[in-house]
Write a protein that binds this ligand. Structure first.
Ligand SMILES: [Mn+2]
Length: 355
């Protein structure tokens, strides 16, 4: 049964007063009507092609639960909740599709180890991924038609493709992407999966010509194919490899100067794609493919603040690969994830003058 939505004004008043959220309430302790919200979050309970370990499909619900502990007055962006942030309900058919296709994807990966994958399994996974992309795009269309901001909360990093496609169509003058990640995600059909989490920016750069610039930060685990692809992008792509960032800092460069350098590579309109594994794994120990090193939470936040201060316009964002701690209680991964999500909402709200 569809959950009854809060009266918008009453709900905002409760947030304003800081009333403690009830356990079954939604993001930040409210259940705002998406029709009235300034920022609408699209959950993607999806981890079909996750290669190392699954769990990120449960990211959205874990983030909602953890958000009840958040202090709503944000140190970077202020009273972010005033933008009106709504979470769409988790789509049950997509959840079911994820469960059934994950089994077939695991079979593909096992078969590949022994030689060749069953084209039937591979086809089903690719078709299912296209269904997810259509679902996300349709959600984004409805939100953007109202003039609100659409964002995706994954799920694995295959999740936001439908949103980026829709933004591409609506911003033919072009936009840049600021991408936090340990990985390039530039593989062409990783393990045969056309819409793999490891292929998201290959798919974006190949199919969304409006993306005039891809700026990647924190990258530290990649293959030659990806590095070559990035080089072939020429001025359309810039990478701030984690080793280079560390070297610059070790030799005395300030994080402020590095952030200015990163931001100066971006055009006026920016989409932010945040893979939680761009951060040091102390912030996300349960994520699918953790890699040692990476940005500290404070460094990532400072970069988001620098982007806001630059006056650039954020046209959308995603947060992916947050995976709840399998032990459950006091979920650290979701705690960090919901704080990153609130910062992304804050950055967007400030840049769009929603607060
Ligand atoms: Mn990653």
């Amino acid at each position: 049964m569809k959950k009854k939505l809060d009266d918008f004004a009453v709900s905002m008043e409760r947030l304003e007063r800081g009333t403690p959220p009830s356990e079954d309430s939604g993001f930040l302790g409210a259940d705002l009507d998406p029709e009235q919200a300034g920022i609408v979050l699209i959950p993607s309970p999806w981890d079909v092609t996750t290669s190392y370990r699954s769990g990120t499909s449960r990211g959205p619900e874990a983030i909602i639960a953890a958000s009840h502990q958040l202090d709503l007055d944000d140190g970077s962006f202020g009273k972010v909740y005033r933008a009106g942030i709504a979470f769409l309900p988790s789509p049950e058919p997509i959840k079911r599709l994820n469960t059934s296709l994950r089994i077939r994807a695991e079979k593909v990966m096992a078969d590949l180890g022994d030689g060749e994958a069953d084209p039937g399994d591979l086809g089903a996974v690719n078709e299912g991924s296209a269904t997810l992309n259509r679902h996300v795009r349709n959600c984004a269309k409805a939100i953007l038609d109202r003039g609100a901001v659409a964002a995706v909360v994954g799920g694995d990093h295959a999740s936001p493709l439908g949103l980026v496609h829709e933004l591409g169509e609506r911003n033919p003058d072009g936009f840049g992407i600021l991408h936090f990640d340990a990985h390039h995600d530039l593989r062409r059909a990783y393990e045969g999966f056309e819409f793999s989490h490891a292929s998201i920016f290959y798919n974006v750069m190949e199919t969304v010509p409006a993306v005039s610039k891809l700026v990647q930060v924190g990258i530290r685990d990649f293959c030659e194919e990806e590095r070559d692809y990035m080089e072939a992008l020429g001025r359309r792509g810039t990478v701030f490899y984690q080793r280079e960032i560390f070297k610059r800092k070790a030799r005395g460069a300030s994080w402020d100067s590095i952030c200015n350098d990163i931001v100066s590579n971006l055009p006026d309109k920016v989409y932010v794609s945040f893979d939680i594994d761009g951060l040091d794994p102390v912030c996300c120990p349960s994520t699918g493919t953790p890699v040692p090193g990476g940005l500290s939470f404070d460094e990532a936040v400072y970069l988001l603040e620098s982007l806001a201060e630059s006056g650039r316009k954020v046209i959308g964002f995603d947060l992916c690969e947050v995976s709840p701690d399998p032990a459950g209680e006091g979920d650290w991964d979701a705690n960090v994830g919901c704080r990153v999500l609130y910062k992304l909402c804050g950055l967007t709200a400030v840049s769009r003058k929603l607060i």
